[in-house]
Design a protein around this ligand. Structure first.
Ligand SMILES: Cc1ncc(COP(=O)(O)O)c(C=O)c1O
Length: 420
């Protein structure tokens, strides 16, 4: 093979995370996995497809539109369910999308963020991301040749510290063009941004003239406390809202959307559509129909659709916390070296270990102790989070979690035992 195909961006570890996860699971079929951020298999019900489609058909029958054209022809690039999504955003988020054509229906968050980055980054500039962070954003930004500045999570969540980062970049002649944030229950650390933090970030974006990419994938999985207003609802002009139905309906649907900033000088929705028309042409109409039908069935509320799911995830979170408390009781002398957060929402518990836990350790743990857990540092572009592990409670049964945490304790003990 020619050397032109060696040492390319395709060798970058960020682009390999999903592959690594899959291959470890395949190599260790007997291992219990707490590594993937999949929603609960129990929520992935094929009956949702029939229900959603039937409801959408009924909806169309009450209009002048032709179901055959809507479902079977090439569709409008921006989507066929924009009005329904706009209603959902008004009902759940008090977001008033003045023109539903500012919504572009996409094949999941992944396409939504790809189109958004393409529409913003022509001509350079930097993208700020928290570190560690979901590789869906950093992987595609790397593939598109966008310069990424990782900001340690604690700095990212602190308005003054974040301002200092933007200003230091400015002083170096680097233009911040956008910032990516998961304000509710981030992946991998389950951190959230306070209301004050959201307002401060929006004010900074206005002052320094950059855009915010707001990822709401876990927003409807809140287990305690009151919801905090979405950033898009506070200031639409600075925010690309990136929606995903992967967790809130099911991932096989590959459904998501972008809501472009309203009131911006540039028509971002038309840029998004131009890029989309050359990448996926339009989002499959059948998938749009299912999502729209399910929204209509739930009075346009995705929050409503997910209420019972959230109750079942609370039980899962609580069970994992109980297992951690049982298997890792505080020990005199080692107190504080092993700890974990108590997430108010989302799919993950992030655990702090007294030793580094990297990809090679993940493999060893899977092979010897039959439990697969995710090194948080695989989602870091720096050396952040080397001592952390992400434990996913979303798609394991209670008995699997009990076993898995017991096995992980055995692994941790083996690492702490003095070597002979
Ligand atoms: C932070 C975050 N955003 C978005 C998604 C969903 O992406 P998609 O809609 O492409 O499946 C995930 C899935 O793991 C995620 O963790």
């Amino acid at each position: 093979m020619s050397s032109a195909f060696e040492n390319t961006i395709f060798e970058d570890p960020t682009l390999n995370v999903i592959h690594l996860l899959n291959s470890i699971a395949q190599e260790n079929p007997g291992a219990i996995s707490l590594a993937s951020g999949r929603p609960d298999d129990q929520q992935c019900d094929p009956a949702l497809i029939d229900r959603g489609l039937a409801q959408y058909k009924q909806h169309v029958a009450g209009t002048e539109q032709s179901l055959a054209t809507l479902l079977c022809q090439y569709g409008k690039t921006s989507g066929i369910i924009n009005g329904i999504l706009a209603t959902h955003l008004r009902v759940d988020e008090q977001i008033d999308v003045s023109n539903p054509e500012n919504i572009v229906v996409c094949m999941g968050f992944q396409e939504a963020c790809t189109l958004t980055l393409l529409s913003i980054f022509e001509g350079g500039g930097v993208l700020l991301v928290p570190d560690p962070v979901f590789s869906g954003i950093t992987g595609i930004a790397k593939l598109l040749g966008i310069k990424i500045i990782p900001v340690p999570m604690a700095t990212f969540l602190d308005p003054l510290a974040l301002r200092n980062v933007v200003e230091a970049l400015e002083a170096r002649g680097e233009k911040t063009k956008a910032l990516y944030v998961i304000p509710d229950f981030s992946n991998p650390t389950a951190d959230s941004l306070s209301y004050h933090g959201r307002r401060a970030m929006l004010a900074l974006a206005s002052e320094k003239d950059f855009f915010i990419l707001e990822d709401t994938a876990y927003r409807y999985f809140r287990y305690e406390g009151d919801a905090i207003a979405s950033m898009k609802s506070i200031d639409s002009s600075r925010v690309f809202l990136l929606g995903s139905f992967a967790k809130s309906i099911f991932p096989g649907l590959r459904m998501g959307y972008v809501v472009a900033p309203e009131g911006a000088e540039v028509s971002f929705s038309s840029r998004l559509c131009k890029a989309k028309s050359l990448i996926t042409v339009n989002t499959p109409a059948l998938c749009q129909a299912v999502a729209a039908g399910l929204l209509i069935e739930n009075d346009y509320s995705l929050k409503g659709l997910n209420q019972t799911r959230a109750l079942s995830y609370i039980k899962k979170r609580n069970h994992m916390l109980e297992c951690l408390e049982r298997e890792f009781p505080p020990k005199v002398g080692t107190q504080g070296t092993i700890s974990w957060n108590h997430p108010a929402g989302g799919f993950f518990i992030n655990m702090q270990l007294p030793f580094a836990f990297r990809y090679c350790d993940m493999r060893e743990c899977a092979k010897q102790f039959k439990v697969i857990v995710f090194p948080t540092c695989l989602f870091s572009l720096t050396d952040e989070a080397t001592h952390q592990v992400r434990l996913s409670f979303s798609n394991a049964t209670a008995s699997d979690v009990t076993q898995a945490i017991r096995r992980f304790r055995a692994y941790v003990e083996s690492r702490l035992r003095p070597k002979a």
